[in-house]
Design a protein around this ligand. Structure first.
Ligand code: IMP
Ligand code: MG
Length: 172
């Protein structure tokens, strides 16, 4: 297997800083809870949280979508729910990548039933060509082509999440 860099560390850093600045401006004076989507969202959440210049609370939800490892089925299973009471709070769901959009659509609908003041979505990467549902993602990072990628939180068979850049895997 060969790994080709698709998104560099510098691009990830610059985009995260830009999104953090926008989020700080948009949520000033509000009670914001960042909800990281495990496992993939943990790296972006950690970087993004440090670019938000205000008080935030942080929680995590762990989901898995049924189906094989490279195709999302749209049926999402909650493996670990959030711990915090988010009633009346502004929730920003933080995800690694939007592919079909089914996971974030499901999570947005779920959080909309929990009595939050608002529910918005953030993702550091986006594969717009793969979208199956019409979903508004409020803070989108970098658009990438329809390729399977790893690194910066994203895995293949549980590995490569710790790679600091985003790579396309080519079979050799
Ligand atoms: P969606 O529900 O189709 O939008 O899928 C979203 C999730 O599928 C992402 O958060 C990733 O965890 C996973 N995923 C989608 N594409 C890739 C990829 O290219 N590499 C690794 N994981 C991916
Ligand atoms: Mg994910």
């Amino acid at each position: 297997m060969k790994f080709e860099v698709l998104v560099t560390k510098e691009q990830l850093e610059a985009k995260t800083a830009e999104l953090g600045k926008r989020i700080t401006e948009d949520y000033k004076g509000k009670e914001l809870v960042l909800v990281g989507v495990l496992k993939g969202g943990f790296i972006f959440l950690a970087d993004l949280a440090r670019k938000i210049d205000m008080e935030v609370m942080i929680d995590f939800i762990s989901v898995s979508s049924y189906g094989n490892s490279t195709q999302s089925s749209g049926v999402v299973k909650i493996l670990k729910d959030i711990d915090m009471d988010i009633t009346g709070k502004h929730v920003l769901i933080v995800e690694d990548l939007i592919d079909t959009g089914l996971t974030l659509q499901y999570l947005k609908e779920l959080f909309n039933t929990k009595g939050c003041a608002s529910v918005k979505l953030a993702a550091i990467m986006d594969k717009p060509d793969r979208r199956k549902v019409d979903l508004k993602v409020d803070y989108v990072g970098i658009e990438i082509p329809d390729e399977f990628v790893v690194g910066y939180g994203l895995d293949y068979a549980g590995k490569y999440r710790n790679l600091p850049e985003v790579y396309v895997i080519r079979e050799t």
